[in-house]
Design a protein around this ligand. Sequence first.
Ligand SMILES: [Zn+2]
Length: 341
Amino acid sequence: MRNALGLMLASVVTAVLITGVWCWTSAPRADAAPPQTVAARKAEPLPAPAAKLAPKDDVDITASLTKPAPAPVPAAQPAKSACANPDALGVSRTVVIDTTGGPGFGFLQYKQFDFLTDKEVVLTFDDGPWPTTPAVLKALSDECTKGVFFPVGKHTTYHPEILRQVAAAGHTVGSHTWSHTHLDSKKLTEQQVREEIEKGFSAVKMALGAAPAPFFRFPALAHTQASRDYLGTRNIAMFSCDVDSNDFKSSSPDQVIQNVMTKLDKQGKGVILMHDLQKHTAIALPTLLRRLKAGGYKVVQMKAKEQLETLPEYDAMLVKDQKVPAVASRPISSVVQTVSQ
Ligand SMILES: [Zn+2]
């Protein structure tokens, strides 16, 4: 009896074991295992064709080979390279200017450095910062492109936050004198000319909290030999233009666009002079930038190799100008008291 029971138990255990092993190795496992195996095998041959590609493509291939762990890659991308507009005008190249000795740019006056190739333009904006400037910044940002700004010192004291927006957007910021005085005036002494130049740069530095580019444009492009010589001693580059938009006397945004495109199509390239203070220019800019793109023009960004060291006496002069009376240091409650509400 015991033997019979033992035999029965043994055969039940064996049957359970056989079924269990069959189920484990066959049915459910069959569904899960194959995709993993296929995926693992397919990944292996990838490096072989990569090695056969030309050295020129090595960077791309290396990047794709390192991609199996993609998670940390996006963190390394600098934010400034992001451009949401795939058809943007953009910046085709960036040049760095060594301003030693005060080089001049813009063939209207300074026929020195013909560095632009066919269809290349430099976008420049004078007379800001002004409430019209943010619209100019938006148009440039929408096209992921960059310009050079020549602000007026006094205006930077009115709207320092707007000038900070210009710098934060990655544009180059130079200067356009302290008060937009025409420096060829015979009434000005040498000292006054210096003050217009230096105080203008100091004002930009004060607004930005950082040194400006040693890039200067004469108001009304009115220069003299003496003022050019002075800029040379300060290693400040001077900017004239090749294409004057004449936006300050244009009757409409369309006329600004026509002025620029007509001159540009004739000359084929150049430094374009505009004013971010002009409403017509701010309105015209989105269309103008599209026209540049459609016409095959490419934007070159100009940057300074080194920033300008402003002169301490002019920095101090500005701080003195801005200083409010000492009474302002009194606490508000001791000056203004609510007596009825
Ligand atoms: Zn101006």
